[in-house]
Design a protein around this ligand. Structure first.
Ligand SMILES: [Zn+2]
Ligand SMILES: [Zn+2]
Length: 147
């Protein structure tokens, strides 16, 4: 059986080396095609909550004219309401976005992602980026060979 694992690029850990279980899991999921289309796929569940620190660092603004609706609660903004500004510049009532970010990490409007405290998800995102890079490299190679 050792041959099989060696073929898969697995090796025994050196003395004192700790296995990176989360990274392994992320690779495993990718290698086994659990994400459709080599990674146009998404995290299989709702992404985890935003990191506390990222949420605390969101700037708070006081709204002026109540012209738009809050995309979360669909109520009109009232002048003087407190709102949080996401890095993507979208505004939400502070209470609405704080509740939202306690459940998942992305802007409800444009899906801009805040960092999370979830190690597995962060490993997944890194791996996803790497897969996209790999695909780009292959496309470039393909184009330079066939065009
Ligand atoms: Zn709201
Ligand atoms: Zn946004």
């Amino acid at each position: 059986m050792a041959g099989y694992f060696e073929e898969m690029g697995w090796r025994e850990l050196a003395d004192g080396e700790q296995p990176d279980h989360l990274l392994h899991m992320a690779r495993f999921l990718v290698d086994f095609g659990l994400y459709e289309d080599n990674f146009s796929g998404e995290w299989p569940r709702l992404p985890p909550p935003a990191a506390k620190e990222a949420v605390e660092n969101l700037p708070e603004v006081t709204l002026e004219e109540g012209s738009k609706d809050c995309p979360i609660c669909l109520k009109k903004y009232n002048p003087g309401d407190k709102a949080k500004k996401m890095p993507c510049n979208h505004l939400f009532h502070s209470t609405c976005i704080l509740t939202w970010l306690g459940k998942t990490n992305s802007c409800p409007f444009c899906r801009y992602e805040l960092p999370t405290d979830h190690k597995g998800y962060e490993a997944f995102k890194k791996e996803k980026k790497r897969a996209e890079q790999r695909k780009e490299d292959l496309d470039t190679l393909h184009n330079s060979m066939f065009s």
